[in-house]
Each structure stands twice: as structure tokens, then as C-alpha cells.
Design a protein around this ligand. Structure first.
Ligand SMILES: [Ca+2]
Ligand SMILES: [Ca+2]
Length: 407
């Protein structure tokens, strides 16, 4: 079946054009190449595999979960037009990975809770805050976020812990290692390889591209709240269906990378991480601040800061982070919050990158013609083998300017 798909792919001009900058993306080069094992594995376990209209593989699973395959390749991460924590611009190589076409929806999360009797952090008393009438409430949850949600809206009021619990449950149900995306995986899936500011390009969003703090938000929460844009009507004061903005999709055909809900990211947050990020498959700093939880109004703060990306229905179109709170829906924006936090604009999407988690023990494990090898080594960068930073057995990060391979 994939041979047929490859034939289709090669015959699609749009797909070829899109992927010119994807070095050795294998399936797209037109040469006879061995399919990466992750694609083969997904093909076996998915209910359906097809090509989307952007020319990328999509795999469908139970519960309406759809994953899009991002081929291996390089991109430039960061921006010179944002904040200091988004600097320096740095080149990143990623192995191929799968990422959720949509955020996890309310109905998808409900299945998980019903099957497992899972209790979210906010329901355990960790607090989930929302703005209401100029004040803050802390008594909301994924089932009762204090605004109306349909089944196809993204689940909200879930913490990083809740998101990971969902990934673990889905992994056990499907036999596929679902996880949260790394910051690098998320940014490439949102921006592609041409350093665009938003998933659709560089122009500021209008009402057809993303759900952010628009005129509907302003009517509900007041003009002083979060720098909302009175000139845009995106149709929603709060969350929207996860497929409501097809024109705002990323170069890979992924929805809601800007706005609607902000996505939890696997990685710890460090504002200086870009200066020391490894070139290959960065997975965030190795850091786990063992600080005691402390009480804050409505819950607890653990000081365990995780990255969040993409902005939400509460956030501004393209501004930098605002002193009074609120983020931007820029695809290069970096933000963070406590991993126990369960705000009404926090959601998540899935990733799957289990091939990368297999540490390379010897140089022989490398595939011949690995793009990082052929494209980066001429620059004289040394190679060092490290274990997957997400491994449980004492992860080791590669120092800056050192390549690492996990194969
Ligand atoms: Ca809106
Ligand atoms: Ca989003």
C-alpha cells in the first residue's frame, strides 16, 4: 500500500515543491529507499494510512486520532523578531516523527476518563483558574470549564501530568508509543522549514486563520483584557472545533498550531536553552527542580516549568508576551507554565517518535546516507553518541555543536 502511496506522492507537484528543502526526506526524493521503520510500524497498527492534500502521510487510529508524519530533516529554530528566550537562531535536525493533526478533543479525553476513572489534577485540588467578571475562579475542570464546549472542541483544564496520563493510556491501547511532542518537533510541525511566523505564512491572522483574542473575546471579557483585537471576528469567544480553520493549517496540514488551545510540550523550560541545544533531536534541558510544592491561591505551584506552545483563544495575534498576562500565537513563541497548571486555555496534542528513543550503541547503527551525516559533517562538526535525553537511565545531553545520533 505504501508503494502506491509513494507513487502518488512523487506524482504530486505540490508535495515535491514543498519538500525541496527537506534534505534526503527519503519518501520524497523519488529514489528507491527503504521506508523508515516508524512508518512501517504505524502502517501495521493504524486503521488507515493515506496522503493528505499537502502530500504528507496521515495515519488514523481509534477514537478519531489522526497523526501526520513529518519527514526527517533540518530547520532553523527560533526568531530574531521575538523575545530573548527565542534566540539564538539555531539549526536543528530531527528524525522523522508523527504529530497529532488536531489537539486532543473533549470527546477523546472523555473516553480516557470513562475507561480509567482518571481524576485530573484540577479535580484533585491543584486548581484550574479562569477569568470571570474581572476576577479569577479556581473551581473549574475539563468537564466544566465554565463555558460551552462541543465534543469536537479541544479538551481544556488539563495539566501536563493529565496530558501524559492520556498518552500512556492511548499507548497501551494501541501498542504505539504516544507521547507529548518536544519543543523542536512542535515548532517544525507548525512552521515548516522556511522560518515563517505563523503556520500559514507571515501575515497577521484574520478571522479565517485562527481562533485568538478577537472581537468576540473582547465583548465577553472587556477591552482591557489581554490585548484583544477588535478588528478581527474569528467567530469564537472561547474554544472552537479543532478543524474550524483549514486555511490556517501548517505546511504539513496540521490544525490549530496557532490559537484555540495552547499545547503542552514534553520539555522542561529553560529560557537559555537555545544557546546550548544539541543539533540533533533536542528534547529540552535535563533539569528537574526538586522544589517543594507551595500553596498559591486556588491550588499549588511546584515550580516544575514545562514549555507550552502556539497560543490560545485568550492570546494576542502577534504581540510579544504581555506584562499583564497573555501570550502570542506566533509559531516561534516560547512560553512555559507549571506542570500542575490546568488553565482553561491549556490543551495538548500527541506525538510519536519511538524510533528516536532507541539509543545507538555503536556507529554501525547509523543508516547509510543519514542526512545529518551527509549534510552536516562537511562543516567539521564532531559526532558524539549519547542516549536519548528522554531515557530514564540518566540522560545525557550533547553539548552545543555536537551531533548526536540515536539510531
Ligand atoms: Ca476568538
Ligand atoms: Ca493551538
Amino acid at each position: 500500500m505504501l508503494a502506491v502511496l509513494l507513487g502518488l506522492l512523487i506524482s504530486m507537484p505540490e508535495a515535491r515543491q514543498e519538500n525541496v528543502s527537506e534534505p534526503n526526506s527519503g519518501a520524497l526524493s523519488g529514489k528507491s529507499v527503504e521506508m523508515p521503520p516508524d512508518i512501517q510500524e504505524i502502517k501495521k497498527k493504524a486503521e488507515k494510512v493515506s496522503l493528505n492534500d499537502k502530500g504528507y502521510l496521515e495515519a488514523e487510529f481509534r477514537y478519531g486520532i489522526v497523526m501526520v508524519y513529518i519527514p526527517e530533516g533540518e530547520f532553523i529554530m527560533g526568531t530574531t523578531e521575538g523575545e530573548e528566550k527565542e534566540l539564538p537562531l539555531h539549526r536543528v535536525f530531527l528524525d522523522g516523527y508523527w504529530i497529532g493533526k488536531h489537539p486532543v478533543t473533549l470527546s477523546q479525553f472523555r473516553v480516557f476518563v470513562k475507561e480509567t476513572n482518571y481524576i485530573t489534577d484540577s479535580e484533585k485540588g491543584e486548581g484550574s483558574w479562569i477569568e470571570e467578571g474581572g476576577g479569577i475562579r479556581y473551581d473549574v475542570s475539563w468537564e466544566k470549564p465554565n463555558f460551552k464546549q462541543e465534543d469536537d472542541h479541544p479538551v481544556v483544564c488539563v495539566s501536563w501530568n493529565d496530558a501524559n496520563a492520556y498518552c500512556g493510556w492511548l499507548a497501551s491501547n494501541t501498542g504505539i508509543r504516544f507521547c507529548l511532542p518536544t519543543e523542536a518537533q512542535w515548532e517544525r510541525a507548525a512552521r515548516g522549514t522556511d522560518q515563517r511566523t505563523y503556520p500559514w505564512g507571515d501575515r497577521l491572522p484574520d478571522g479565517s486563520l485562527a481562533n485568538f483574542a478577537d472581537v468576540n473575546y473582547r465583548k465577553k471579557f472587556g477591552k482591557e483584557s489581554r490585548n484583544s483585537d477588535p478588528d478581527v471576528d474569528d467567530g469564537y469567544a472561547q474554544t472552537s472545533p479543532v478543524d474550524a480553520y483549514p486555511e490556517g493549517r501548517s505546511p504539513y496540514g496540521i490544525f490549530d498550531m496557532a490559537g484555540n488551545t495552547i499545547d503542552w510540550i514534553h520539555d522542561w523550560f529553560d529560557p537559555g536553552y537555545y544557546a546550548q541545544s544539541p543539533l540533533c533531536n533536542p528534547a529540552g534541558p535535563v533539569r528537574n527542580i526538586k522544589r517543594k510544592k507551595h500553596r498559591i491561591p486556588g491550588g499549588w505551584a511546584s515550580n516544575l516549568q514545562r514549555c507550552i506552545r502556539g497560543g490560545a483563544w485568550t492570546d494576542a495575534s502577534g504581540e510579544l508576551s504581555l506584562a499583564e498576562g497573555g501570550h502570542s500565537i506566533r509559531s516561534d513563541m516560547r512560553e512555559h507554565t507549571d506542570q500542575f497548571s490546568s488553565d482553561d486555555h491549556l490543551g495538548f496534542r500527541l506525538a510519536c517518535d519511538y524510533v528516536r528513543r532507541e539509543p545507538a550503541k555503536t556507529a554501525q547503527n547509523r543508516r547509510p546516507g543519514h542526512p545529518a551525516e551527509s549534510h552536516l559533517l562537511p562543516h567539521g562538526i564532531p559526532i558524539r553518541f549519547v542516549k536519548d535525553p528522554r531515557g530514564v537511565s540518566g540522560p545525557a545531553l550533547s553539548p552545543a555543536n555536537t551531533l548526536c545520533f540515536y539510531r
